[in-house]
Design a protein around this ligand. Structure first.
Ligand code: UTP
Ligand code: MG
Length: 492
């Protein structure tokens, strides 16, 4: 099956085709009911039925109002009319331009005989002469619509009556050879930031980890905060100490890598981080990693009696922490005289058995990325492609400046997708979790869509050189959700 590029989404989509071409059928297959605005349906709302032509003016007035309101909110709207009137098409295009939505025309090239046959089957067929007129108009529109200024013109060919039409927006036909996570070309690590574990915290954690391992996730990364952050949940929801929690997971029979994303260096003295991670590494047979960052949330520091110095000082602390950790993990027990740190000895046992990866998180271009370029094994960046490309360029410049081979600094991203079973389910989740964020903005931030969409996004991340996606679900409740998330590994 050939791959069909998804249509832009959100978009203002205008259907164009004669009666019986299959416009309404296609719209219902690919979009949610609320996303489709149909002149026929509105005739039935304001008049006696779909064919009440006397109600056309009222129906179209409503239709324009719906198109304007949805596009103003950045929400997809599919205009299901004949689409044969050039003035109407102009008006829809202008509406899209005014609101910044891509405008797409979808042409239905259905065989004339098929349209006629379908028309004659209807309760109230369009008069044959009217249909003939529509077919002739459509022929003209087909040849000129390319000049009208649409962002995209897509053609749906109905090869007789019932063959498949192009998957749209959400669905990309899964390729025949995709299976497991190996074909993604990168590792997917489950990031856990909320812990709705009910009466059985340890059981909940175990079930999450076992399902993740079973589905081929490469590891578990825990958020490291002292109070649950407002971006995730309410302040009184549980947020466990991550290293203790990872110790529990280390005791399970899995291959999962285990670490934090990310630990603020303001929480623990660097030597203690070195000791903690080394211990986890030993207990897990070399599966530990540690995310490190400068910390950002003043409230949790104040509440726990921890100093929260200004950013520059915290970034100094980040540098010094990495230096200390590496010194204590290094061979022997000799004194350490470093750039920022002096230690009279580096006696620290047990030593890690693997080489725990140090992942620097945060994307401050001036210093954080420089620290990552200079000192980290990996740099964690945002997952949206334009931002990622920009930050990668900065990271590479820093690598050049400090004389480090960019290939030595792995690139990881944090991704927080909303994944629905279908388009309706996706938007139900968006609506449930968006809080006060406008739905279109929330959906865009979380790349709301079905598993296939995320799978393709991850392939694009791999193309950019990303080695690990830390993927967290904003609506993680239990192991079933990890199962749902596992769809991104396979695309379905
Ligand atoms: P539609 O009702 O989808 O056509 O299909 P349309 O383009 O929206 O027509 P107008 O402009 O509103 O009049 C017409 C008939 O064809 C069948 C549908 O079930 C419907 O009865 N149909 C459509 C198929 O049998 N196969 C298809 O692929 C599409
Ligand atoms: Mg229709």
């Amino acid at each position: 099956m050939s791959r069909v590029e998804p249509l832009p989404d959100p978009a203002l989509v205008v259907l164009v085709g004669p009666s019986g071409a299959g416009k309404s059928t296609w719209a219902a297959q690919h979009y949610r009911q609320q996303e489709v605005v149909s002149s026929d349906a509105l005739r039935a709302v304001v008049g006696s039925g779909e064919f009440d032509l006397d109600a056309s003016a009222d129906a179209f007035a409503l239709l324009h109002q719906v198109v304007a309101a949805r596009s103003r909110r950045g929400l997809t709207v599919v205009v299901d009319t004949l689409g044969l009137d050039p003035d109407l098409r102009d008006r829809f295009r202008e509406q899209a331009r005014a609101t910044g939505l891509p405008c797409v025309a979808v042409l239905f090239e259905t065989n004339a005989a098929v349209c006629r046959a379908r028309n004659s089957q209807r309760d109230r067929p369009v008069p044959a002469s009217v249909l003939t007129q529509q077919l002739a108009t459509f022929e003209r529109v087909r040849t000129t619509i390319g000049e009208e200024g649409w962002d995209e013109v897509r053609t749906i060919v109905d090869e007789s009556t019932s063959t498949t039409v192009a998957p749209v927006a959400r669905a990309v036909a899964p390729g025949p050879t995709r299976s497991g996570s190996g074909d993604l070309g990168l590792e997917v690590v489950l990031q856990v930031s909320r812990f709705p574990w009910g009466e059985d915290p340890a059981g909940w954690l175990r079930s999450i980890a076992l399902v993740a391992d079973h589905h081929g996730f490469g590891g578990i990364a825990l958020m490291d905060h002292l109070i649950q952050i407002p971006q995730v949940d309410r302040a009184w929801e549980p947020i466990p100490e991550p290293w203790v929690t990872l110790g529990l997971l280390a005791g399970l029979d899995t291959d999962l890598r285990l670490g934090t994303l990310v630990s603020p260096v303001t929480f623990r003295a660097p030597g203690i981080i070195a000791k903690t991670v080394a211990t986890l590494d030993v207990l897990s047979g070399g599966r530990a990693f540690v995310g490190l960052g400068a910390g950002w949330w003043e409230r949790e520091h104040l509440a726990f009696g921890l100093p929260f110095p200004p950013p520059a000082e915290r970034l100094d602390q980040l540098e010094a922490s990495i230096e200390t950790i590496r010194a204590l993990w290094g061979k022997g027990t000799k004194a350490h005289e470093g750039r920022r740190v002096t230690l009279p000895e580096t006696t620290a046992y047990p030593r890690p058995v693997g080489q725990p990866q140090i992942v620097v998180g945060g994307s401050g271009e001036q210093r954080t990325l420089r620290i990552a370029a200079e000192l980290a094994d990996a740099c964690n960046l945002p997952s949206d492609l334009p931002t990622l490309e920009r930050k990668l360029a900065v990271l590479r410049r820093h690598c050049d400046a400090v004389g480090r081979d960019p290939d030595e600094v792995a690139v990881t991203v944090l991704d927080l997708p909303v994944i629905g079973a279908d388009r309706d389910d996706t938007w139900r989740r968006v609506e449930r979790h968006r809080g006060r964020t406008p739905a279109a903005a929330y959906a865009a931030r979380h790349h709301a869509g079905e598993a296939a969409l995320h799978h393709d996004r991850f392939l694009a991340l791999a193309d950019l050189g990303v080695t690990t996606v830390f993927v967290g679900l904003p609506d993680l409740d239990g192991p079933d959700d990890v199962e749902r998330l596992a769809g991104v590994l396979t695309g379905h």
